[in-house]
Design a protein around this ligand. Structure first.
Ligand SMILES: [Zn+2]
Length: 422
């Protein structure tokens, strides 16, 4: 927009700064509107006799869809908005004038979450009443300052929150570049430091041609799986691959179920290891795709138990939760139109969803319809209580429509987390 106008460099920097303030002000505006929406919804549901614990169910997902964000972030946006607008006026004002970004305001709200309303107001005033004090503070300083105030105001609440956080310990996996994966363990700090120290000790006492990082990663794998890192141990994974990629003539990536695309050469490596290792097992199943769109339309039956085959088909077709922007792993393969409203048990009416989204679509006012078009592409339409509609389509299979596609179940030792047993 500025290429054709004569603006000097200082003017360009001023404009970049101005637009940053506009982003903060827009975030403040979204927070105000979100809080009003939550207030209206709660009042309407209370008047209709909905118990308090069930009020605003699914609202986080509505906010997420409107903001093109995942439901998990929608929940954060909703909590952020109600806290800012109803309890933290100074933080809201700092966001509005651009002294805080949306993320930094979120950090302050997060650190104050364990406090009661009165203490929260005190923290709000101390942090943000004088916005000049926020100048030059990065994310880490903002978090540390807010933490220190929260601890001074109510040490017990901070300790209680730490105890609650401990119950949220978990393990997650997400794809990393170059056919690698991050496996993260969320642990209480003492245990987390303990795990890291044990791996470092292994690196300190191992002398071979591996780097410290390699020794630590191999040791973690060995202690978790009980198998040396260089020995393949049967773990079942599902992979979708075109025949041409499998036979070496093509470089179309394969899709590893629960992970995403992997390079053709890596996929071929897994298959050749599986067929040359006698403890491994490799079963094939042909998938049929629509001749024009490449959508998955059918698959060869490998199991006589129909619902299991159907669930597998839906998982392969959808790959991740079908709510727009969600991307969470599929936990439920369920009816789009529920069975109690005469929804059929069929591939067309089936939908892969994460746990959270599956409960959301059962909330009052939500309606989900699903079906395949003439091109074989499966589409789901989500209608929210405010009558807004959002669509999602199932991803196409790898490769072009005229290439045959095969699904392989390979049992081979590879360093990714085992998927939920089907
Ligand atoms: Zn979801």
């Amino acid at each position: 927009m500025f290429e054709s106008i004569e603006v000097d460099e200082a003017g360009l920097v001023d404009e970049i700064a101005r637009l940053e303030r506009v982003k903060s002000a827009a975030a403040a505006g979204q927070a105000r509107l979100t809080a009003v929406l939550a207030d209206k919804r709660r009042a309407a549901e209370a008047a209709a006799g909905v118990p308090r614990a069930k009020q605003c169910r699914g609202l986080a997902s509505e906010v997420a869809l409107a903001r093109r964000d995942s439901p998990v972030r929608g929940g954060r946006h909703l909590g952020f908005a109600t806290a800012l607008v109803f309890e933290m006026p100074h933080t809201l004002a700092a966001l509005e004038c651009g002294a805080l970004s949306e993320w930094r305001a979120t950090l302050i709200v997060r650190e104050s979450a364990c406090l009661d309303v009165e203490d929260r107001r005190t923290l709000d005033a101390e942090m943000c009443a004088d916005v000049t004090k926020l100048d030059g503070l990065g994310d880490a300083r903002i978090t540390a300052d807010a933490k220190a105030i929260a601890y001074r105001l109510d040490p017990q609440a901070v300790v209680d929150r730490a105890a609650k956080a401990e119950s949220e310990r978990t393990v997650t996996i997400r794809p990393a570049p170059d056919a690698m994966a991050y496996v993260s363990i969320l642990l209480p700090v003492a245990k987390g430091v303990g795990v890291y120290a044990a791996l470092k000790r292994a690196a300190d006492t191992t002398f071979d041609d591996r780097s410290r990082g390699q020794v630590m990663a191999d040791t973690a794998y060995e202690r978790v799986t009980g198998t040396p890192a260089d020995v393949a141990d049967p773990v079942a994974v599902d992979m979708v691959i075109t025949d041409e990629t499998l036979l070496g003539g093509d470089d179309v990536p394969a899709i590893l179920s629960g992970y995403g695309p992997i390079p053709a050469s890596v996929a071929r490596g897994l298959v050749s290891k599986a067929v040359s290792d006698e403890r491994s097992r490799c079963t094939l199943r042909r998938l049929y795709r629509h001749p024009k769109s490449g959508a998955l339309v059918a698959m060869e039956s490998r199991s006589r138990f129909f619902p299991k085959g159907l669930a597998m088909f839906i998982g392969l077709r959808d790959q991740t939760c079908r709510t727009p922007y969600c991307d969470a792993p599929i936990r439920h393969r369920d009816h789009a139109q529920p069975r109690h409203r005469d929804g059929p048990t069929s591939a067309d009416n089936g939908l892969g969803e994460c746990e959270r989204c599956n409960y959301t679509k059962e909330s009052p006012g939500w309606r989900v319809t699903a079906g395949s078009g003439e091109n074989g592409v499966h589409t789901a339409e989500f209608t929210t209580p405010t009558r807004h509609r959002y669509r999602s389509t199932a991803p196409p299979l790898p490769g072009s429509p005229d290439v045959e596609v095969t699904e392989l179940e390979i049992r081979i030792g590879i360093a990714i987390a085992e998927q939920d047993a089907a």
